[in-house]
Design a protein around this ligand. Structure first.
Ligand code: ZN
Ligand code: ZN
Length: 435
């Protein structure tokens, strides 16, 4: 008797699949997952087997009955089969059995123990063997309506975890992804970072914004850095870090700033927007006002944070993209005394577009090219002898030191060229970022 005699492409495909070897209800049902909704793959697989078994009986197709079950007797009783027979499934090798799914949920729950999270997602890393089996089934079975093995395992284990933990799955931004490592029978967690935004003020000169590994040893420790592995012993990043790590029970932090000031510049006024990312946090509900107090206590006199609030990955992107206007206060030393009125009128000439070729002092790490930046205002705050305090508002990326000195003609115009007198910045503070 031909197996292609019922003119039903679904049943033909199902028959072909069943003839490949013993297959569990889940694995069979999964081959037709895209054809119907509202059923689990087990239910779908069971239904397909039932129809095939009835057809085989009516056509007295002993061969097919044998394929459907070890004996034609149990094939007739195939409704509700489970357990031992599913273990014989050549496709999943028993992974889709309820006992096996339960074991995965149990491993996941154990791994999640002690972690604060409200949403999760399950991901599967296939073993080589199971991936091969699935490929064989797809190529030799030929169903075009199959769902990937991974999707079913993710979903089924996800349901069990949800039932055990009372937490919800979230496909977009889960707090934690539970990876099922099939080749190691292990559940591994990928914990989403916790993002906290705020503004910082840097009250002292001489500390960089972020950790700065030693240029000589790249962090291993050498003579140049006195074994610390760092160019500077402190940074805004590192002053904010310990209290954040403690509050979130995190493994590390990553600091994201809306631009950065020079190491020798203070960051005053309303402060600079930043996001601190707590990496692999075990705690997500944080008392932010307490954290603020704690950070400021430990970094006292050096760094101050305020306006802490919860943020997300998108905040970091906006922070990085955002062209923030900045206002600076610069103490400028002039080669010779200039009358106050002349200084004021020359500063007005600086307002507008400035051509800045990459400054000599950063040319070793930035491409050498000319950038156009805007100066929105340049005002004299006070002058005393050869020292003038100037307030400048400009585009992010405007180099203030070069705007004053001219950098050997690389920045045009500049205060020095407009005055015809050498001028250098001796102190620089950022007093506003954004506005
Ligand atoms: Zn199976
Ligand atoms: Zn070093």
């Amino acid at each position: 008797m031909s197996s292609e005699d019922n003119n039903d492409p679904i049943l033909d495909t199902a028959k072909r699949i069943v003839k490949l070897g013993p297959i569990c209800d889940s694995c069979l049902g999964r081959q037709f997952a895209m054809l119907s909704t509202g059923l689990t793959n087990i239910e779908r697989g069971r239904a397909v087997k039932t129809v095939l078994a009835m057809q085989a009986s009516s056509q007295n197709d002993r061969e097919l009955l044998e394929d459907l079950a070890p004996s034609s007797e149990s094939a007739r009783l195939s409704l509700g089969r489970k357990g031992e027979e599913d273990e014989r499934c050549w496709v999943c090798l028993g992974e889709m059995r309820r006992e096996s799914l339960d074991a995965w949920a149990e491993r996941a729950e154990a791994a999640l123990e002690g972690l604060e999270y409200s949403t999760f997602l399950v991901g599967t890393r296939m073993s080589g063997l199971l991936a091969e089996n699935e490929e064989l089934l797809l190529s030799d079975g030929g169903s075009g309506s199959a769902e990937p093995f991974k999707s079913e395992l993710n979903r089924e284990v996800g349901k069990l975890i949800a039932a055990r933990t009372g937490r919800k799955t979230d496909f977009e931004h889960p707090d934690v992804v539970v990876h099922l490592l099939l080749d190691r029978s292990q559940a591994e967690l990928q914990v989403a970072s916790l993002y906290i935004r705020g503004r910082y003020r840097k009250l002292v000169r001489g500390i960089p914004q972020t950790r700065w590994p030693c240029r000589v040893c790249h962090g291993r420790g050498c003579e140049r850095c006195g074994g610390t592995g760092r160019m500077y012993q402190e940074s805004v990043d590192e002053l904010i870090r310990p209290a954040t790590i403690e509050a979130a029970e995190a493994e590390d932090t990553v600091f994201h700033g809306a631009g950065r000031e020079d190491i020798d510049a203070r960051m005053l006024g309303t402060g600079r927007p930043f996001v601190v990312e707590a990496v692999r946090p075990r705690v997500r509900t944080i008392d932010l006002s307490r954290l603020e107090v704690e950070i400021n206590r430990r970094a006292e006199g050096k760094v101050e944070v305020h306006e802490l609030s919860l943020a997300d990955q998108k905040t970091v992107e906006r922070l990085k993209e955002g062209p923030f206007e900045k206002t600076y206060s610069a103490l400028v030393e002039l080669k010779s005394e200039i009358p106050e009125e002349k200084l004021k009128s020359v500063l007005k000439e600086l307002v507008g577009s400035i051509d800045q070729q990459t400054p000599t002092r950063v040319s070793h790490r930035r491409a050498d090219k000319v950038r156009v930046r805007k100066v929105y205002s340049a005002d004299l705050a006070e002058v005393s002898g050869r020292l003038a305090r100037i307030t400048i508002r400009g585009d992010s990326g405007l180099y203030i030191k070069e705007l004053i000195s001219g950098d050997g003609g690389r920045t045009r115009p500049s205060l020095a060229s407009a005055l015809g007198v050498d001028a250098v910045v001796v102190e620089l503070d950022v007093i506003d970022v954004g506005g």
